[in-house]
Design a protein around this ligand. Sequence first.
Ligand code: NAP
Length: 277
Amino acid sequence: MRILIFGATGMLGNALMRVWTGDEVVGLGSADADIRVPEQVEAQVQRLRPDWIVLSAAYTDVDGCELNPELARAVNTHGAINVARAAANSGAKLLFISTDYVFDGTNTTPYATNHPRNPINHYGRSKAEGEAKIMEILPHACIVRTSWLFGAGGKCFPDTILKLAATRPQIEVVNDQRGCPTYTDHLASVIVQLCGAGAEGIIHCTNSGECTWYDFAREILVQADSMTKVLPTTSDKFVRPAKRPVYSVLSPASLSAYGVSMRPWQQTVAAYLAQRS
Ligand SMILES: NC(=O)c1ccc[n+]([C@@H]2O[C@H](COP(=O)([O-])OP(=O)(O)OC[C@H]3O[C@@H](n4cnc5c(N)ncnc54)[C@H](OP(=O)(O)O)[C@@H]3O)[C@@H](O)[C@H]2O)c1
């Protein structure tokens, strides 16, 4: 198969470019095609004639999106529309990477794929609208929702915690948001499998289990043999422009239907630490 990845220069894009073997893969960054510009997207898709397009490109700075909602909509909603139209024109299949932030966080049990979208910040709104528009243009598109990504080749939570721990005896981390960390290398391998299986519809793909950011930080520092102490705190002590869902764990049922399961998040911390060193 011929694969075209938009967002290949990002954190997940880096992992996709590393793990995707056995197919002909072309990766593009924003310098190659700005997804806000339909002509640039159309030209690349017509030039490369892919079987699959993976749309990982997005404006992912959640607080930045809150301060600049027009940019969030331009990239995450209109960019998605532009890529979906180009895919429809060329007959390519589309896999769109979306987010747990399409939900409001009021659940107390894992979100099913058909749970109504109700985002509480501009990033979530721009991605939720992108999902809806893609489904209108390409009803057979595949939408992969994931959460709390970390991995090589990007700014991520474990890297930030390890850098802070290198200079501080203790750090405070919020203990009132629950989600599931997801290692980009694992997610990338699952995306390869899903494309190979001709996947369609909404699929939730995260590592298994759930935790708070505090639990996640503690696990990172225990596994890294750090002496730095982690203290639990609450989100009201770290006021940020965008509200975050309190609970955004995604149910694995839709992925299990493809016979795929993802490892517990704690195991992926070990894999990331080994990769980082
Ligand atoms: N990070 C998370 O925790 C998280 C959680 C859930 C879902 N997601 C979703 O997962 C996907 C990948 O996230 P990530 O963290 O790997 O992203 P990232 O590291 O922030 O990378 C973003 C990518 O998007 C590209 N991009 C940005 N604006 C663009 C534009 N106007 N035109 C073309 N390309 C543009 C960037 O290209 P350049 O670098 O070349 O400018 C880069 O390749 C995104 O769709 C995101 O919404 C992320």
